[in-house]
Ligand binder design. Structure first.
Ligand SMILES: C[S@@+](CC[C@H](N)C(=O)[O-])C[C@H]1O[C@@H](n2cnc3c(N)ncnc32)[C@H](O)[C@@H]1O
Length: 344
C-alpha cells in the first residue's frame, strides 16, 4: 500500500476513494456505514443530521428510523453492493469485513455483502440497555378525528398503551464477513497474516471471545460472559458532535480478534468521528480513514492527535497487547483521556 494513504483520513466519497486503494492490501475493514434512515443516506448532510434531535414530540418531522419506506432498504442494497465489491478487492485474501447495521436494514446489508462475493461468517450483537423508545401513541391522530369528545376519549381509553410498532431497540447487529482465503487457512495465514481469530482475546471475566458484546453492566451472568469495558465519557471528546459514535472498546475488541501483525492496516471507509482509527492506533495498528464530511474528519483528527501527546505510552501498551496475544491475557483499566493502565 502506498505510504500516502497510511495513517491518513481521506475526504471524499467512499466508492470513488476506495477505487484508489491497492488490491489485496488491507487486513481488516471495520465500519459503520450510513444506514439510509431519514437524512442519513450516502449524501449524509452534517447540518441536517445534527438537527434530528426531537423524538416523538412532533409528528411532522419524524426521528430517524421511524419513517418506514421500503425504498430505503433497496437503495441501501444497491449502493452497498458496489461498496462491498470494492472492499472485497482491497482486502487481503482471508481478510475480515465487519459492518454495523440496524435491526431493520440488516438483511439488506448482509445480502449486498454476500452477493458481492463475501462469505458471511457470523453476526455479532452489540447489546445495550439504554435507548430512546420510538413507539408513538395515537392520541395526536385521535384528537384530529371529526368525532365528538366522548367518542375520542373512549378511543383513547381503548388504545391506552397501544403504540406504533417500534419496540425499544437494544442491540445493533454487526456482520462478520470474510474474503475467501487463497488455499487452506494455514497457507493463507502464512502468506497474508489474516484469516484466523485470536482466541486469546478475552471478554467478560476471562471468557472465550463471543459474538455477543455488551458495554453496559447488566447482571452477573451477562457481565461475566459478554462485558467489555464501558465507554469512558472522555473517550469521545467533548468537541465531538457526531451523532453515532461507537464505543472504543468494541472497535478494539474486533481489531484485536482479527489482526495479527503490527503492520496490519485497518480501513474504515465511513470514519465519522474516527473511533475505528483511534482503536487501531491504540493497538499499534496502521489505519486508513475515509469520510465525505470535512467537519467529521476534523473531529477524528483531533481525537487521533490527542493520543499523540502520550504516544510512547501507547506504543508500550500496544506492545503489551501483542504479548497478550501470544502469552497470557493482560487487563487494562481506562484512566481517562483514552489512557490505559495495566492492572494484571
Ligand atoms: C454512522 S457514521 C460513522 C460513525 C463512526 N463509526 C464514529 O464512531 O464516529 C457514518 C459516516 O459516513 C459518512 N458518509 C456518508 N456518506 C458517505 C459517502 N458516500 N462516502 C464517505 N463517507 C460517507 C458520514 O459523514 C458519517 O460520518
Amino acid at each position: 500500500m502506498s505510504n500516502k494513504f497510511i495513517n491518513k483520513i481521506i475526504c471524499g466519497d467512499a466508492l470513488k476513494t476506495l477505487s484508489m486503494l491497492e488490491s489485496k492490501s488491507i487486513d481488516l475493514v471495520l465500519t459503520d456505514p450510513p444506514y439510509f434512515l431519514d437524512k442519513m443516506d450516502n449524501g449524509w448532510d452534517v447540518k441536517k443530521v445534527a438537527n434530528i434531535t426531537d423524538y416523538c414530540h412532533t409528528i411532522k418531522s419524524l426521528p430517524p428510523g421511524m419513517k418506514f419506506d421500503k425504498e430505503q432498504g433497496k437503495k441501501f442494497y444497491d449502493w452497498y453492493y458496489k461498496i462491498a465489491k470494492e472492499i472485497l478487492r482491497v482486502l487481503k485474501p482471508g481478510g475480515f469485513f465487519f459492518s454495523f447495521s440496524s435491526p431493520r436494514l440488516y438483511h439488506r446489508m448482509v445480502s449486498a455483502i454476500d452477493d458481492a462475493g463475501f462469505l458471511i461468517r457470523d453476526c455479532f450483537i452489540w447489546l445495550y440497555t439504554q435507548n430512546q423508545p420510538k413507539a408513538m401513541s395515537l392520541n395526536h391522530f385521535i384528537d384530529k378525528l371529526n368525532e365528538d369528545k366522548k367518542s375520542r376519549d373512549n378511543l383513547k381509553k381503548q388504545l391506552h398503551g397501544w403504540k406504533t410498532p417500534q419496540i425499544k431497540s437494544c442491540f445493533e447487529p454487526i456482520v462478520m464477513a470474510q474474503k475467501e482465503t487463497e488455499g487452506t487457512f494455514l497457507k493463507n495465514f502464512r502468506k497474508y497474516n489474516v484469516g484466523l481469530l485470536n482466541t486469546h482475546v478475552k471478554i467478560g471475566q476471562e471468557m472465550f471471545p463471543s459474538n455477543v458484546v455488551s458495554t453496559d453492566t447488566i447482571n452477573q451472568v451477562v457481565d461475566k460472559c459478554f462485558l467489555i469495558s464501558k465507554p469512558d465519557k472522555k473517550e469521545k471528546g467533548n468537541f465531538n458532535l457526531h451523532r453515532t459514535v461507537k464505543p472504543l472498546s468494541l472497535c478494539e475488541y474486533i481489531i484485536s480478534l482479527t489482526t495479527y501483525s503490527q503492520e496490519a492496516i485497518v480501513l474504515d471507509p465511513f470514519t465519522g468521528s474516527g473511533t475505528t482509527l483511534v482503536a487501531a492506533k491504540n493497538l499499534g495498528r496502521k489505519f486508513i480513514g475515509i469520510d465525505i464530511n470535512k467537519e467529521y474528519i476534523e473531529i477524528a483528527k483531533r481525537r487521533i492527535k490527542s493520543l499523540e501527546a502520550d504516544y510512547p505510552m501507547y506504543d508500550a501498551v500496544a506492545e503489551e497487547r501483542q504479548l497478550k496475544i501470544f502469552e497470557r491475557p493482560v487487563k487494562y483499566k481506562r484512566l481517562g483521556k483514552g489512557k490505559l493502565m495495566k492492572t494484571a
